[in-house]
Design a protein around this ligand. Structure first.
Ligand code: ADP
Ligand code: MG
Length: 144
């Protein structure tokens, strides 16, 4: 049923909590997991060489975040692919969900820029609203 799972991560504690659910579901359904990290678009007006420097720094950070998740999947013998995209996170998530035709998105309710009080971050809110497939949103304070 859940052949393909999309796991968007910003490296936050909450998204790490979501990874536990990714592992359990992927093991049960023998799913392939797409690990996705999006970094903000770097405007053209930031000229050379600064623009390139920012992009390569963001790419390195994205690789670090996605590889950390990949390691956990490898340890559990789960098939995966890494996607690193430039642009707004919710757009990247919705695009990859469509292009890869995923059956389920598993993500955190909050991310790294957690504002006290709000139940959902802006990315999880937009994805939950617009995704065409089911979305599992894992709470920050979920008991271990
Ligand atoms: N840049 C990103 N790339 C991939 N996934 C992301 C990104 N930012 C957030 N997410 C996903 O969305 C979840 C909720 O984060 P977000 O809505 O940004 O909350 P906050 O406003 O607290 O940062 C995260 O746990 C993660 O799963
Ligand atoms: Mg965020």
């Amino acid at each position: 049923m859940y052949e393909k799972i999309l796991y968007p991560t910003d490296g936050s504690e909450c998204s790490k909590k979501a990874l536990k659910h990714v592992v359990e579901i992927a093991k049960k359904f023998n799913s392939k997991v797409f690990i996705l990290h999006a970094f903000p678009f770097v405007p053209e007006y930031i000229g050379s060489p600064y623009r390139e420097k920012i992009i390569s720094q963001s790419t390195l950070e994205a690789e670090k975040i996605t590889k950390e998740a990949a390691k956990v999947l490898e340890e559990n013998n789960i098939d995966y692919e890494i996607e690193i995209l430039e642009g707004p996170a919710h757009k990247a998530i919705l695009t990859v969900a469509d292009v890869r035709k995923v059956d389920l998105i598993i993500m955190g309710s909050r991310g790294i820029s957690a504002l006290a009080g709000a139940l959902l971050g802006s990315v999880s809110q937009k994805v939950a609203t617009h995704a065409k497939c089911p979305v599992m949103i894992v709470r920050e304070r979920e008991s271990e």
